[in-house]
Every structure is written in structure tokens, then in C-alpha cells.
Design a protein around this ligand. Structure first.
Ligand SMILES: Cc1cc2nc3c(=O)[nH]c(=O)nc-3n(C[C@H](O)[C@H](O)[C@H](O)COP(=O)(O)OP(=O)(O)OC[C@H]3O[C@@H](n4cnc5c(N)ncnc54)[C@H](O)[C@@H]3O)c2cc1C
Length: 381
């Protein structure tokens, strides 16, 4: 039995940031993950994740995003790994769509730089796009994307540099907390620590079963298309990320081409996937699964959806209000939870690491996290 200040279960997006920030504070950290570093079995793979500040999911997230941006730059500088791509971003749809109206509300409330473009202006500045005359867009120069794999690897590298012990390929079978500390049982041993941080991603329902959190795991598919025409028009130096909302409130989004996307453009729908578990998810993508997205894109960015190059499943772990779950375990104050990122967590990764380290060392954080309270679903103490 080995002893540590803190054990972190799960070294995906959130857990990698947690071990980094905890080790940087001088704690003796043990990090455990059942899969290899930056694996593709959870929620943090596929080469790209949108980051933006104007936030239609809620203006209350903006202060966290501003801090996340600072920390993304810091992580990139200290690890010397390229993570962040600055491409600008368009939120497109009807004036009263969530994508446009919600982004605009949060941008105005927080004084974020943005431009509003009518359909003619969208067509002029972004000639790949064919909006309807009634569409408008909020353009945000600060939007872009990050590489999730590079971000995870950079955090793990920094954690090791600060002395963290990280073990991959080790599955945690159970954990328990008592007055003196926490015990974590793995396939090949038992570990003790003063504190436990659980960042389980889609395995939240399994690792936190006794809490009965209302988490729903969703199978979503990322598709990589070869453009129909000259691919350069989709190069990251020229093309923004976009999220486009239709009259049925479906949101489709895409990334420009970049060095690691191998001449393809990645696109997907936000939400709307089938419910699954990490054990039952069908990781095969059936021929034709891309048809709905292809149609959506053909009408809006006709040069985008050429031949399908590849497709890969991923999982969202969604709460009923689509807000995250971050805070002390309602029954064990030595245990801190970070789950339920509801398909929009990656852009926050570095600030979640900072919050988790604050919660472990101080029992509190200066960041606004009340809306993420694990008790809000009526879990009893
Ligand atoms: C297709 C797709 C697109 C997305 N796009 C965006 C986007 O554009 N912008 C954005 O901000 N967010 C986006 N998201 C959401 C974001 O990626 C997730 O919110 C984030 O990756 C969640 O990180 P996590 O650490 O909770 O989960 P994960 O990264 O999956 O980490 C959980 C880890 O826990 C480990 N684990 C679980 N159980 C055990 C156990 N028993 N023992 C040991 N280890 C265990 C797993 O192996 C895993 O490594 C997207 C998600 C998907 C799937």
C-alpha cells in the first residue's frame, strides 16, 4: 500500500489538468487511467475541439473561459507543445437562434469583441458559405480550436515535471473514503491518500454509481470529409470554425483543415446521439451514418462534404441542465468530483484543473462554480 497526498482517477481532459495543477502546487500526486495517454476510447480525442468566449450555453461561463484562455497560452508556452489554433469563429443561424442570440447576449454582457454579419457580409467574407438571406452570424476573432490529444499530453508532461506519478493501463475497481483518508483499489494494488479527485468522463455512472447522478452518456460521431473542390479554401489560415443552427435547432459544426487533419475537414452535429454506456457503445460507424450531416452541410457549405475519409465515435456525458458537475462529493469531503461535461467541456480543461487543485488544497475556489454543485440534483447528504 502506497501513500500520497492526492490520487486522481481518470487522466483524460480534466484529470490531466488536475494532476498538472496539483503537482505544480507541490502535492504528492498519483494519477491513474485504465487506457494509454491521449487514448481514443473516451471523450478527448479526434484532433480538434472548438474554443470560444461568446457562450450561448450561458453568459455565466464567460469568466471561466477568459481564465481558460490565459491558461491555454501558459500551458502551450511551458510545455512547448502546439495546442491552440487561432482561426476565428462564426455562430450562424436565424437572429433568434440560440447560437446567434445566446452568443450575442453573453458577448454584450461581458464586453467581448465580436461582429454581427448579415447574409451578404457572410458570403463576401467567407465565400465557402451560402447562408439563407435571413441568416446572420456573430463573428468572434478569439474563437478557434485546440488539439485535445496535445493538450492532454502537455498536461501529463507538466505533471511529471512537477513530480507526479502517473500510471496508465491501470483500471480502478473501487474506491472508499473514511475519516483518515481514501483508499483506491486497482487491478494490481491498493493506494491510500488524503484526498481523491474523480474525473471519470463517461465512466461517471459506474465510478459514482452510489450517488445516482442523472448522467446520460451519448454516442456522437465525428466525420472527416475531403472537400469537393480546391482544399486550400478550408485551410486554417483562411477558414474559421463555425457552428450553424437550423430552424429545427440542430447545430452542425466544422473545423478548418490543419496539419494533423491530413487534407480533411472535420464536422459533426452537436448533441442528438443515441444513449449508450462505455461498455455498450457501438464504435463502428455504419455506412451512410453521415448522410444527415452531409445534407446539412451541402445546403450551407457546398464545397465541404466531398468523399468521407473517416469517422469515429466519441461520448458526451450529459446532465439534465447541461451544466457541469464539479465540487465535493456530497457524502465525502475528501473526494472531489468533475464530471457531466455535457459535450462542451474541453475548452475549459485548464481552468477545471485550477479549480480542482483549489478545492483539494483550500476546500474552496475563487472561480464561480455554484452552478456546477453536485447537490443540485437533489442528492442527499
Ligand atoms: C465528438 C466530441 C466533440 C466535442 N467537441 C467539443 C468542442 O468542440 N469543444 C468543447 O469544449 N468540448 C467538446 N467536447 C466535449 C469535451 O471533449 C469533453 O467535455 C471532455 O473531453 C471531457 O473530458 P473528461 O476528462 O471528463 O473525459 P475523458 O477525457 O474521457 O477522461 C475520462 C478518463 O477516465 C478514465 N477512467 C474512467 N474510468 C476509469 C477507471 N475505472 N479506472 C481508471 N481510469 C478510468 C478513462 O480512461 C478516461 O481517460 C466534445 C466531445 C466529443 C465526444
Amino acid at each position: 500500500m502506497s501513500s500520497h497526498d492526492v490520487i486522481v482517477i481518470g487522466l483524460g481532459g480534466m484529470g490531466s489538468a488536475a494532476v498538472h495543477r496539483l503537482a505544480a502546487k507541490g502535492l504528492r500526486v498519483l494519477g491513474l487511467d485504465r487506457f494509454p495517454a491521449a487514448h481514443d476510447q473516451g471523450s478527448s480525442h479526434g484532433g480538434s475541439r472548438i474554443i470560444r468566449q461568446a457562450y450561448f450555453e450561458g453568459a455565466d461561463y464567460v469568466p471561466l473561459l477568459l481564465r481558460a484562455y490565459e491558461l491555454w497560452d501558459e500551458l502551450e508556452a511551458e510545455s512547448a507543445v502546439e495546442i491552440r489554433h487561432r482561426t476565428g469563429g462564426l455562430m450562424i443561424g436565424a437572429g433568434d437562434s440560440l447560437a446567434v442570440a445566446g452568443s450575442l447576449t453573453s458577448a454584450r454582457e461581458h464586453g467581448l469583441d465580436h461582429e454581427l454579419l448579415d447574409a451578404a457580409e457572410i458570403r463576401r467574407r467567407f465565400p465557402t458559405m451560402t447562408p439563407a438571406d435571413s441568416d446572420i452570424a456573430l463573428y468572434e476573432a478569439a474563437a478557434g480550436f485546440v488539439s485535445p490529444e496535445n493538450a492532454v499530453l502537455a498536461n501529463l508532461t507538466m505533471a511529471r515535471r512537477h513530480g507526479a506519478q502517473l500510471r496508465h493501463g491501470v483500471r480502478v475497481d473501487s474506491w472508499a473514503a473514511d475519516d483518515a483518508g481514501v483508499t483506491v483499489r486497482t487491478e494490481d494494488g491498493v493506494h491510500r491518500a488524503d484526498h481523491l479527485v474523480i474525473c471519470p468522463g463517461a465512466w461517471g455512472p459506474a465510478l459514482l454509481a452510489e450517488l445516482g447522478l442523472p448522467l446520460v452518456v451519448e454516442r456522437v460521431v465525428q466525420f472527416w470529409f475531403r472537400p469537393t473542390g480546391p482544399p486550400e479554401v478550408f485551410a486554417e489560415q483562411r477558414h474559421p470554425i463555425f457552428i450553424w443552427e437550423d430552424a429545427r435547432q440542430r447545430q452542425g459544426y466544422a473545423f478548418p483543415m490543419h496539419a494533423e487533419s491530413d487534407g480533411t475537414v472535420k464536422a459533426a452535429f452537436f448533441r442528438g446521439g443515441a444513449t449508450c454506456t462505455p461498455d455498450t457503445i457501438d464504435r463502428r460507424v455504419a455506412p451512410g451514418e453521415e448522410e444527415e450531416l452531409r445534407q446539412f452541410l451541402s445546403n450551407r457549405v457546398p464545397a465541404l462534404p466531398g468523399p468521407l475519409a473517416r469517422a469515429k465515435t466519441c461520448m458526451y456525458t450529459t446532465t439534465p441542465d447541461e451544466d457541469f458537475v464539479i465540487g465535493a462529493h456530497p457524502r465525502h469531503d475528501r473526494v472531489t468530483l468533475a464530471c457531466g461535461f455535457s459535450g462542451h467541456g474541453f475548452k475549459f480543461v485548464p481552468v477545471i484543473g485550477e479549480i480542482l487543485a483549489d478545492l483539494v488544497t483550500d476546500g474552496a475556489t475563487r472561480h464561480p462554480i455554484d452552478m456546477f454543485d453536485p447537490r443540485r440534483f437533489g442528492v442527499e447528504d
